[in-house]
Write a protein that binds this ligand. Sequence first.
Ligand SMILES: [Zn+2]
Length: 593
Amino acid sequence: MTREEMIWDLSQLVESINPASIQKKLDSMVDEAEKIRDTYHGKIGNLDAKDLLELLEMKDAYTLKFEGAVMYCYLMYSADSTDDVAKQLNDAARKAYMKVSQALAFIDIELGKLLAEKPSLVTNPVLVEYKHYLERTLRKVPYMLSETEERLIIVKDKNGIDAWQMLQSDWLSTRTFDIEIEGETKTLPYGKIVGLYQSPNRDLRKRSNQIVYESLGKDELIWASAIRAVCEDHLQMSELRKYPTPIIQSLIANDVDRQTIDSLMNTIEKNVGLYQRYLRLKAKMMGLDKLANYDIVAPLPNTPEMDYAWKESRKEVVDAYMGFDEEMGGWVDEMFERRHIDGEVRKGKSSGAFCASWLAGKSAYVLQSFNRKMGNVYTQAHELGHAVHAYLSSRAQKPSNCEVGSCIAETGSIFGELLLTEQLLSKAKTKEEKQAILTCVLDEFGMAAFQVSARVFFEQSMYDSIKRGEFLDGETVAKSWVAARDKIYGDSVDWLNVMKWEWTMKPHYYMANYRFYNYPYVFAQLFVFALYQLYKEQGDGFVHKLKRLLAAGSSKSPRELGAKLGFNITDETFWEKGMAQAKQFIDMLEENL
Ligand SMILES: [Zn+2]
């Protein structure tokens, strides 16, 4: 294997990789945005259907024209933030992007007003390809404030909520923790000590949790002030914007409705016993009477060491998709062949993994740090599922219809993980191997579907507390957290007392305009498990249905996408299908104990 195979080729994104020519492209991106502003500012209110189509198509063409240059800058920087050219281009792209957003911000505001006055435009046949895009815009209109008010809110958030978030993030990134490892006291930053939560050494897992949460708990005064301010602010803003309930803003942003989310969360509540059954099985596999909180996602003690070379991983992942559909498998292979994946481990590379859609190229780019572990093969299958989603939607949809919301965005990726699971299971020779694969899938399912649900219940209980007139001090918030957590875990897990401070470290709780961000993870996980169950029931007949769903991009709401599959996602029957799939994996695990 040559080193190049693991390094992406970004040159395909631009006509020339000469930094001066990329800068020129960014400059002309800003110029063109200003021209669009000159042409349309103050005039959108007078457009008829044909004119509006022209504007939307022009906006899409504009996106495609400059997408490559902007991506080139961002991706180059994410691959190596220590590179001087990358730093400079990333900065230039960010500045250009900010100018463009400012110049074009009027479009949404004016378009909203136009649609409020002439709602029939949404269903005008001339605009059929933009129907759902316009529906989504229209749904926001009743809650928009005046331009002056909106600008004041941006300033208020910048110096208010954003400051709480920054404080929380600075706290986490500047604290150090002393911990003894193999007889030696080490001083670790937060980013490093959390890595010990997954250590095979149980005592180390316990101590690292104890040390971190004890320290977070000592500053409960700060976290309580922060979360109180964030929640109170949200309630007051909801009133000002006339949102009927605090969750509405999030429902609109995620293109879903109350009934769907209620039936999703009811299904979770009804099935906590299934998750607890898995946790008890895991305790058994670990030789414990009961799991402690630091064992929930810990590796199994006798996991066989599995090692994958880049080529082997490629083969596993391509075969997994190929087994489902040849066209999809072909695209996954093309991602490797055209070198659209950056897998090399290097200093300065951004941590984690992501997939960036490249609409103009009808393809995508994937970044990961490949360490030859089974988890890395899963990450590859996951990110390439996002890529397949991009291949399908960019071929079928206008760019405006490729802004897939978080409930649906994980469909290709999680589905791909399940395809890989099936393939790895079919090849596994020992029951230890099977256990390792199944716990990998079920740990993730448990976290995304159930642990995250505790956070959904917790957030709702914060607003309920405020409405009841309670004062949210640290202990009151901690009590709410523990109640939400226990609703999920029952008595299946022993918790360190300091875990009552677990809510303090979630950055999202402190972000402006990010309320109720949790249920989309639950949705995504259970949605895909339900789809996988349908695939098992319908076999090859299901393949084109999944492809059609992915190809729809954001041109349809999740509810409409469900209806196309013959399901009403506001009904618990659909979500129970996802649980049935989880139960099958748990049964399989029990058979392999
Ligand atoms: Zn993902």
